[in-house]
Ligand binder design. Sequence first.
Ligand SMILES: [Zn+2]
Length: 217
Amino acid sequence: MKYIFYILSICVLFFYLNFKLNPKKNITIDKLNEQIKLNTDLNTKKNYSDKYFENFYIKFNKKGTYYNINNDMLISNKLFNLYKNEYVYIINKYFTKNHLNGLKEITISNSVSFNNGIRGQNLSINEDSYILMASLNNDNSILIHELLHTVQHNHIKLFNKKYKYKWLKINKYVSEYAMTNIYEDFAETGTKYLLHDTLIYNPKFKLFKKFFYETSK
Ligand SMILES: [Zn+2]
């Protein structure tokens, strides 16, 4: 009985994933459980190339482990390599190994945006995170935003312990989207800071800078 329930729950979760993670739809899942990860690990060996950063690596692929990419969203080899090189450049420019320890994959898709105007997704499962990019919009701030979700997720204990209280006390936002929640606020604020878009000063820049430095090594 227990076994049947287990199988059933996996099927339901898979159905849920396939439905929810279709990039044409709005993706809002942040956490999934370990069972899914164990089962979908079998699925990862397709269509990717690895890139080493110092002594860790991120898989770049056209079809992600958790993202259901339709054929019309499949990117050509030429564009895939172009974007991959650009993303590698951005990662090396702004982030360290310790920042992005949990980042497993970046999926590059042949689209300008997904439903609801979303142009990037970051799915976190336990310690790991998986990014999906609507790459054709050529907006590098999207990748930085998504990478910052990984940074915060990987160091959430430190953030909550040392920064969250101070952060929440500042009732000032760098964008309307930043008001969604503290995670979007962190990613939005950090993106502005890293891209030197700080003309309109926000006290959160200072907190971000400290946290970003502290998590860099
Ligand atoms: Zn976000």
